[in-house]
Design a protein. Structure first.
Ligand SMILES: *[C@@H]1O[C@H](CO)[C@@H](O)[C@H](O)[C@H]1NC(C)=O
Ligand SMILES: *[C@@H]1O[C@H](CO)[C@@H](O)[C@H](O)[C@H]1NC(C)=O
Ligand SMILES: *[C@@H]1O[C@H](CO)[C@@H](O)[C@H](O)[C@H]1NC(C)=O
Ligand SMILES: *[C@@H]1O[C@H](CO)[C@@H](O)[C@H](O)[C@H]1NC(C)=O
Ligand SMILES: *[C@@H]1O[C@H](CO)[C@@H](O)[C@H](O)[C@H]1NC(C)=O
Ligand SMILES: *[C@@H]1O[C@H](CO)[C@@H](O)[C@H](O)[C@H]1NC(C)=O
Length: 431
């Protein structure tokens, strides 16, 4: 497999590789309402690179896909309407984590990408031009395409009528997608969800679509949360495994049962113009014990411009609005001491000698999230280079948005509780 395709995101390219199921010794069953979450580089994942790539290359490629994802967040703010599945918007996906989902009767297993900032469920279906692994709807006795007049069809903007079937076109990263609006039984862990509505992909160009589809965990209409309202009450939590201990899986726990009862939480904020995103109120950042000086405007929530702070499972490295990043970085460098700083790709605080790093605490209303070095530093395989794995948002590309990304969330349980409008965070060693 050739990996140096500069215009393509690394992840997108990986998902083009022929996909199989999970590797045999990882094939334990999901229990109750809890699904295992695998990193795409996990030995369990069929999507991991077949040949070793260098650490520097991995870092660069992850930054490139982050850049594309930030562009996607930018595109969301221009939309006036609430957008469920289809629209002309640019969506992009960095499918860092995958879930095992069973679809149809009898069930067919697909390894779908998990995305907390997207509402859509999109699945490559039989007859698809440009897909590799497909769900074969003909073999399912419970599969059905929605008719043009169906209520669900009205929830999809720009839907068209292909014969009598409700269908839609959308762009997705560098890809275009043509899909039918379909339904079937979806089994999440051991919970069957009958008549689940999703986009059944019939044609795709480019390589942006995860090869076995994606499952959006956003909160808009037609999302998983809306469709499983009575079962899961728009409540879920997840723990993402570290990409350094690849043999482990994290978990996605659906519904209010079994959630940590005393977890610290912060209010969830709602932005009608970016309805699927999970916004929170970041009020300050500490480096070690010191609260750094950040202009209030860098942290303020503004539904009109899209400014504020979100939790996202698909961005790899946390981005901070430039003045916030600069303040954090300068204090971090000061704490580390008088050492030579180098840069690597988008990271500007790298060291070639061992360092003692301070913690960094994101202070939200009601909740402090203190990050230890494991969530802050990336080390080269040889151990010779260490970088602070945070970056500034770039001018023009979601430059007003702070994104708490997956590397910083690893080994934490993140609880999304929509009915009580709160997001919880607690440390949990899931890898
Ligand atoms: C999608 O809809 C078209 C009609 O527009 C139909 O011919 C095709 O079989 C449908 N695909 C699937 C997988 O049902
Ligand atoms: C949607 O895409 C299909 C397949 O590429 C194309 O034939 C059709 O004209 C498109 N429909 C619209 C409304 O753009
Ligand atoms: C699912 O859809 C089928 C066919 O449209 C219908 O007969 C059935 O009642 C629906 N089941 C549920 C639980 O909504
Ligand atoms: C992961 O599992 C493989 C195969 O079971 C084993 O060879 C390897 O040492 C494990 N790696 C770690 C970091 O535990
Ligand atoms: C930092 O280190 C350099 C070279 O080792 C030295 O010249 C400089 O005085 C030091 N600065 C401080 C503030 O310690
Ligand atoms: C967060 O940390 C700040 C400063 O250390 C402290 O004043 C505040 O009470 C903490 N908040 C919570 C909810 O623990």
């Amino acid at each position: 497999m050739k990996l140096c395709v500069l215009s393509l995101s690394f992840f997108f390219f990986l998902f083009l590789s022929i996909a199989y199921g999970l590797n045999a010794n990882c094939d334990t069953q999901d229990q109750d309402s809890t699904l295992q979450v695998f990193h795409i580089f996990s030995p369990c994942s069929p999507f991991r690179p077949s040949k070793a790539i260098s650490w520097e290359e991995t870092v660069m490629e992850m930054q490139r896909s982050d850049q594309a994802r930030l562009q996607y967040f930018s595109s969301l703010v221009a939309k006036k309407s609430i957008v469920p599945i289809a629209s002309g918007r640019q969506t992009i996906q960095s499918p860092t984590y995958i879930l095992r989902i069973r679809i149809g009767t009898p069930p067919q297993t697909m390894l779908m990408a998990m995305d907390t900032s997207n509402d859509a469920a999109l699945l490559p279906c039989n007859g698809c031009l440009g897909c590799s692994t497909v769900f074969n709807s003909v073999k399912s006795t419970t599969f059905k395409n929605h008719a043009c007049g169906a209520a669900q069809c009205h929830q999809v903007p720009l839907s068209t009528c292909g014969g009598s079937v409700c269908s839609f076109n959308m762009s997705y990263g560098g890809s275009t997608i043509a899909a039918n609006l379909s339904q079937d039984t979806v089994t999440l862990a051991t919970d069957p969800v009958p008549n689940y509505t999703f986009g059944c992909i019939q044609k795709t160009t480019g390589s942006s679509v995860p090869s076995q589809g994606l499952l959006g965990l956003g909160r808009g209409p037609l999302s998983l949360l809306s469709q499983t309202q009575t079962l899961y009450h728009s409540t879920f939590s997840y723990c993402l495994p570290s990409f350094r201990s690849l043999n482990f899986s994290g978990s996605l726990r659906l519904g209010p049962t079994g959630q940590p009862p005393r977890i610290k939480t912060t209010p969830l904020l709602k932005n009608p113009r970016r309805s699927s995103l999970y916004y929170v109120n970041l009020i300050g950042i500490k480096v070690g014990r010191k609260k750094v000086d950040i202009p209030a405007s860098a942290l303020a929530f503004n539904p009109t411009t899209g400014a504020g702070t979100i939790f996202d499972s698909g961005t790899v490295y946390t981005r901070l609005v430039a003045p916030a990043y600069t303040a954090v970085r300068d204090e971090f460098r000061k704490r580390v001491g008088n050492l030579t700083v180098t840069s690597l790709g988008g990271f500007d605080t790298c060291y070639s000698v061992p360092i003692v790093a301070p913690t960094i605490t994101f202070m939200f209303s009601g909740l402090n999230m203190t990050l230890l070095p494991d969530n802050l530093l990336i080390h080269s395989t040889a151990g010779s280079t260490t970088c602070l794995a945070l970056a500034a948002s770039e001018i023009g590309v979601s430059s007003e948005l702070n994104v708490i990304a997956n590397m910083q969330q690893q080994n934490h349980r993140v609880l999304i509780d929509v009915p009580n409008s709160r997001l919880g965070v607690a440390r949990e060693q899931c890898s």
